[in-house]
Design a protein around this ligand. Structure first.
Ligand SMILES: Nc1ncnc2c1ncn2[C@@H]1O[C@H](COP(=O)(O)OP(=O)(O)O)[C@@H](O)[C@H]1O
Ligand SMILES: Cc1cn([C@H]2C[C@H](O)[C@@H](COP(=O)(O)OP(=O)(O)O)O2)c(=O)[nH]c1=O
Length: 205
């Protein structure tokens, strides 16, 4: 039987990586021996290219293709093999990040970037079974990012406000796939809620 694909999405600093780390240590989740993974991938040819691109002034269309190449590599090497082995896969960011972020960055290049980027994925990506959207105001998430130390060129309030809007629109369009999480609460509370929802989903499917 094909495994299950669970993704964590949200704007920078919404707490996805923190919760992914907590889920890895959560005894009830550990029972399922999930494969924890992320996009952009780390330490790969495509992941390194993405990292360089987002630290520089790369053309937005070129950037989209680098992120998408990284997604293809991620699917081929990690996600597909794990799902074929019946595994539960939990990915910190996935295709919805491209729809939301590049849906904004490509507004200077394309008339309807969101639909265009979705179409680019349509015939070969694997749609997640469940997507947790970590929803938070950018004013709060940016402050958290400041504390983390790193600075990504995407960490600007006005930009993230628009990215957040697309994420919320995607969630409205596919209510059966998305679970919206109030990411402004404490990590402990969020971990409990996400873990419960994952266990509930896995027991039903
Ligand atoms: N629920 C939370 N409340 C307060 N601070 C948080 C919370 N979750 C994460 N943080 C802090 O905010 C920063 C960004 O969190 P992180 O998990 O890296 O976000 P993301 O992976 O979504 O970019 C980190 O410094 C982290 O310690
Ligand atoms: C996966 C992906 C990430 N991004 C952006 C989101 C982040 O600002 C940046 C790097 O992702 P990531 O390392 O996950 O950042 P963070 O931990 O701050 O959430 O790349 C895209 O624009 N498109 C994509 O397809």
């Amino acid at each position: 039987m094909r495994g299950k694909l669970i993704t964590l999405e949200g704007i920078d600093g919404s707490g996805k990586s923190t919760i992914a780390g907590k889920l890895q240590e959560n005894p009830a989740i550990k029972v399922f021996e999930p494969v924890f993974t992320r996009e952009p991938t780390r330490g790969t040819l495509t992941g390194n290219a993405v990292e360089k691109a987002i630290q520089s002034n790369t053309d937005q269309l070129a950037e989209l293709f680098l992120f998408t190449a990284d997604h293809a590599e991620h699917l081929a090497k990690i996600v597909k093999p794990a799902l074929e082995n019946g595994k539960v896969v939990i990915s910190d960011r996935y295709s919805d990040s491209r729809y939301a972020y590049q849906g904004i960055t490509l507004k200077t290049h394309l008339e309807n970037p969101l639909e265009w980027v979705k179409n680019l994925h349509r015939d070969w990506t694997i749609v997640p079974d469940v997507t947790f959207l970590f929803d938070i105001r950018p004013e709060v998430s940016i402050q958290r990012c400041g504390k983390r130390g790193e600075q990504s060129k995407f960490e600007k309030i006005e930009f993230l406000r628009r990215v957040r809007e697309i994420f919320l629109r995607l969630a409205t369009e596919e209510p059966e796939r998305f679970i919206i999480i109030d990411a402004s609460r404490s990590p402990e509370y969020i971990e409990k809620e996400v873990a419960e929802k994952i266990l509930e989903f896995l027991s039903r499917n």
